[in-house]
Design a protein around this ligand. Structure first.
Ligand SMILES: [Zn+2]
Length: 148
């Protein structure tokens, strides 16, 4: 059997990549899972993994997971579905992801994720401001809107 180190899913040996994770990470052996401090699916109940954060941004899922792994915090990503299904009004649902860590690491992990999120938001704000300024500079004098 092979395993996804991101979400903990179990796969047949001939499968190369996880289908459930946004980045389709390559699968690893059981030994590799253990060396990273991650339990196999049938061992999961021995260690309590709790939610450190959630995100609906597939890019941030990877950013957060890598951030925590760099700090030697074992991470699991679990795909969730937002809210209550209402096919009449929306028809589709945005996926979201839970970032799970060992219970003892929850506080540290949540803090790291929040810091990263704030940093990301600040970067986005700057990018938006820069784009707006550029627009103002290059924009010709606006002519009055045509009357109806
Ligand atoms: Zn996966």
């Amino acid at each position: 059997m092979k395993y996804c180190a991101r979400c903990g899913s179990e796969y047949r040996d001939d499968v190369e990549r996880c289908e459930g994770c946004p980045s389709h990470p390559p699968l690893v052996s059981a030994e590799e899972m253990h060396s990273r401090g991650l339990p196999l699916p049938h061992e999961l109940d021995r260690r309590v993994f709790v939610r450190a954060a959630t995100t609906d941004n597939p890019l941030m899922v990877e950013v957060f997971a890598e951030l925590l792994e760099e700090r030697d915090i074992p991470v699991f990503i679990r795909a969730g579905r937002s809210g209550v299904v209402d096919k009449l009004t929306t028809g589709n649902l945005l996926p979201w992801w839970e970032i799970l860590v060992p219970e003892g690491e929850q506080e540290r992990a949540a803090l790291l994720v929040e810091r990263e999120r704030a940093q990301e938001a600040a970067t986005n704000d700057e990018a938006v401001r820069a784009a707006e300024e550029e627009e103002r500079e290059t924009e010709p004098d606006a002519s009055p809107p045509p009357s109806p």
